[in-house]
Design a protein around this ligand. Structure first.
Ligand SMILES: Cc1cc2nc3c(=O)[nH]c(=O)nc-3n(C[C@H](O)[C@H](O)[C@H](O)COP(=O)(O)OP(=O)(O)OC[C@H]3O[C@@H](n4cnc5c(N)ncnc54)[C@H](O)[C@@H]3O)c2cc1C
Length: 379
């Protein structure tokens, strides 16, 4: 954990970075369909890519609440920039930190921390999404190597990444592998025509008998789902929970700005009661979602039993309210909200993604309802 004074200093720096180098350019990154490499380099130099890692491997040693707050600021600037932290730092980095063997940690974590290698997480496939245990990508042992064949789809930062965590199966066994981009027969293709996340190098990965050595297996063979995927998705959900808060808060700020500037019927929009309703609801939703994320962060810091469930609730709730607040933000902007000259048009599209990634809202509802049916079963 970083001490309070240093954390406050860090957050001031992060806000300056976002206000000067991220937020004003989010629309441009989207148009150019790429977060600039120079920005990623700068984030690495500032150690943001290693924010929750220990100092000895180049990290900032942020605890889970602090890390959530850092991603929150970056997410307010640009969801595609924040997405790098979700996949590179949370899904891959934090999972390796917890589940990899010492050699893998020594090899990969300093490279990820410095941004010398960018990492992505390959679970979803063209025909396998929510039912992730049914991945069809196959591996088989050949001597001291594994040979992996299959396709992964929707992989965030997939077209940029240098290394992938690939989830594959052999009969009933699902395992996780580190697969470097430069392995023969691995190809990535960017996915175009996206609703949002356009600057996040989303790609399809084709693995056509890609050979990886034994030392690239993460954890034990056959425990790829129960250990690696579940751990990674838990980190990913925590990140997306904060992403929802970021987006909703950014949309709320745009609502307030517009309501204070735009006049109809001879007065500013913010004077109308129905506008008050939208703003009151948005404030309540943003603050409630933020409180649940903070609670999840505290529980994660304490390794509390409820941490995983609170994280799931936080992800479900904040992605839902992000969509609701972004919808009201467009409404409040009227016709201007439907045009890319105003950020709410982009925020509205970006919000939808959070209800789909890291487990759709429906699957979070399934998990939360199972928990609810037990916990609130008063006899
Ligand atoms: C922008 C973006 C980035 C992504 N990044 C990554 C990444 O980095 N790595 C990665 O591996 N994947 C990534 N994904 C994939 C994402 O995780 C999947 O899209 C998601 O898990 C849903 O899977 P699916 O799209 O196949 O939908 P499906 O599983 O086909 O679901 C379709 C619909 O059916 C519903 N449904 C499915 N099962 C049930 C059920 N049991 N009960 C009720 N409803 C159900 C779903 O909720 C959904 O509404 C990304 C996706 C997007 C859009």
């Amino acid at each position: 954990m970083m001490d309070r004074d240093n954390f406050e200093k860090l957050m001031t720096e992060v806000k300056d970075f976002v206000n000067n180098k991220v937020r004003p350019f989010a629309g441009k990154f989207e148009e150019e369909e790429a977060v600039p490499l120079s920005l990623i380099k700068e984030m690495a130099e500032r150690k943001y890519l290693a924010a929750p890692f220990p100092a000895e491997i180049g990290g900032l040693e942020l605890d889970q609440v602090q890390y959530g707050l850092l991603t929150h600021e970056i997410g307010k600037g640009c969801p595609s920039v924040r997405a790098l932290l979700t996949v590179h730092t949370s899904l891959v980095g934090q999972t390796l930190l917890r589940m990899a063997n010492q050699e893998q940690k020594d090899k990969w974590l300093p490279l990820l921390a410095k941004g010398e290698k960018i990492a992505a997480f390959g679970l979803t496939e063209p025909d396998v999404g929510t039912d992730a245990k049914s991945v069809q990508t196959r591996y088989e042992k050949q001597g001291d190597h594994f040979v992996i064949t299959g396709r992964k789809k929707w992989i965030t930062y997939g077209h940029l990444a240098d290394v992938f965590v690939i989830i594959a199966r052999n009969e009933e066994n699902v395992s996780a592998f580190l697969v470097e981009r430069d392995r023969e027969n691995l190809r990535t293709t960017p996915i175009k025509g996206l609703l949002a996340s356009r600057a996040a190098y989303i790609a399809e990965i084709e693995l056509n008998a890609v050979r990886v050595p034994e030392e690239n297996v993460i954890g034990n063979l056959g425990q790829g789902f129960s250990y690696i995927v579940n751990t990674a998705l838990d980190y990913g959900r925590y990140s997306i929970a904060w992403a929802g808060v970021s987006l909703a808060e950014a949309a709320l700020e745009e609502m307030v700005k517009y309501a204070r500037n735009r006049s109809q019927f001879g007065q500013k929009l913010y004077k109308f009661q129905l506008i008050h309703e939208m703003i009151a609801n948005a404030v309540t939703k943003v603050q409630t979602a933020k409180s649940i994320c903070l609670q999840a962060g505290e529980q994660r810091n304490n390794n509390a039993d409820e941490a995983i469930m609170t994280t799931t609730i936080a992800k479900y709730y904040s992605s839902k309210i992000a969509m609701e607040v972004a919808t009201d933000a467009v409404q409040l902007h009227g016709g201007n909200g439907c045009c890319n000259q105003y950020p709410v048009e982009r925020l509205f599209r970006e919000a939808k993604i959070f209800e789909i990634i890291e487990g759709t809202s429906q699957i979070q509802q399934e998990i939360i309802s199972m928990y609810g049916l037990k916990k609130y079963n008063r006899k």
